[in-house]
Design a protein around this ligand. Structure first.
Ligand SMILES: [Zn+2]
Length: 414
């Protein structure tokens, strides 16, 4: 139990002010001057912790604490250093600071693990630049091999190659020799970003899976007509049909008591005029669950509901596009490791899905991966009001330290 909370907090507070505005919001977009300034600070923390530091070809900062047997695969931890515009201080940053503090505490006691331990501060997890979340970890694990880096241009007009040049990096971010290949397992500490742990009074969450996401894009077609002269019984109002569908989906999800969430967050209404009965609505339904069978069942129920909608509101419904990203389970043995350490330290842990995506979901497709959640006060994230309790942070950091230590002492394999 060697985490120094005062040290951890001090490191965190120094990072927090980089890119912070007067109202407390933090904007540390990948590749920006603030982002680079934050990298310099994290690099200094890593060096103080006895790590060798490098920046890979896409801009991920990697600290390496050499193990006693360097022929063994490395235990990897970390999280993302970028934020959304006007984001919070804890999202991403806490996972980096906590992992570096674990290593610093070992270094201070002159303890060297059997396996090398690496801490990564990822770039561009939020996807604010190129519209792809976990861009840095995907690039590092080879997902963009064969892609032309010139094809990545941000909405702001900046090109990926221009960004890399500003950071003093080369022009081959997706070349094979830059891919990360020597990982044994990956553990990410992160704030929950939801309110479940706080509601239930649980200190630490252990992620079972990153939820899968189904998106259904559909078009509801009625008939646009005069808002005064068209009598109510003759209307084919696409927006009223959409409203009925929206409340159906909402009520079904509410009744499922936390097994899945469903959102209709985007509507295009045509002609969208105050004196015309809406003739057409394009909407996107998003469903998230860690249970793939549940996702399919909800999808079927919605399709079934569409028949009723067509009959009741005299509209036609066409499904234009469907997109399914399956749930990504965390590794059972890593989960067990985290839970065992929690038990040893007498800290209450709870297994739970992660309702948001993280770099861990990219790693989980390559090496055994786990996540440790810290409760978020009020369940608020991506906001200046994002907050976590320091007692809870200490507990989660202790579990991270114990888990990294145990896995870095593992001789055989998972
Ligand atoms: Zn995050």
């Amino acid at each position: 139990m060697s985490i120094d909370l005062a040290q951890l907090r001090q490191s965190f507070e120094k990072l927090k002010v980089i890119g912070q505005n007067e109202a407390g919001g933090i904007t540390r977009l990948s590749f920006s001057p603030e982002f680079r300034q934050a990298q310099v600070l994290i690099k200094s923390y890593m060096e103080t912790a006895g790590m060798n530091v490098e920046i890979d070809s896409i801009g991920n900062l990697i600290g390496t604490y050499a193990g006693r047997d360097q022929s063994l695969l490395a235990v990897v931890s970390g999280s993302h250093l970028d934020t959304v515009p006007n984001g919070g201080a804890f999202d991403g940053a806490l996972g980096i600071i906590a992992a570096v503090e674990c290593v610093r505490s070992w270094h201070k006691q002159n303890w060297r693990p059997l396996r090398t331990v690496k801490v990564i501060a990822f770039i561009e997890e939020e996807g604010t630049r190129f519209g792809t979340v976990c861009f840095g970890s995907r690039a590092m694990l080879g997902e963009f091999s064969g892609k032309n880096p010139e094809s990545f241009v941000a909405a702001s007009g900046h090109s990926l190659l221009g960004f890399l040049k500003e950071m003093g990096l080369g022009e081959k971010p997706f070349s094979k020799d830059s891919f990360f290949q020597n990982g044994f397992c990956f553990i990410e500490l992160h704030v929950e970003q939801g309110g479940k742990l706080e509601q239930e009074g649980i200190a630490v969450g252990v992620v079972s899976a990153i939820v899968g996401i189904n998106r259904i894009v559909m078009n509801i077609r009625g008939k646009a007509n005069h808002a005064g002269t068209t009598s109510m019984e003759l209307r084919q109002d696409a927006l009223v049909a959409a409203a009925s569908l929206i409340s159906y989906i909402y009520n079904q999800a509410l009744a499922a008591k936390g097994n899945y969430v469903a959102t209709i967050g985007k509507l295009d209404v045509w002609p969208n005029a105050e004196n015309v009965v809406p003739g057409e609505v394009k909407l996107t339904i998003e469903i998230r669950s860690e249970d793939v069978a549940r996702l399919e069942r909800v999808r079927k129920e919605i399709i079934e509901k569409l028949k009723e909608l067509q009959r009741d509101y005299k509209v036609n419904v066409d499904i234009i596009k469907e997109n399914q990203v399956p749930p990504i389970p965390m590794d059972d043995k890593v989960i067990q490791s985290i839970c065992n350490i929690g038990k040893k330290l007498r800290i209450t842990c709870k297994k739970m899905p992660s309702w948001a995506g993280h770099d861990a979901m990219i790693f989980a497709q390559h090496i055994p991966t786990g996540m440790i959640f810290v409760p978020s006060i009020g369940g608020i994230s991506h906001s200046p009001a994002e907050e976590s309790d320091w007692d809870a942070i200490e507990k989660a950091a202790q579990i991270l330290e114990g888990t990294l230590k145990e896995l870095a002492s593992n001789m055989e394999g998972l």
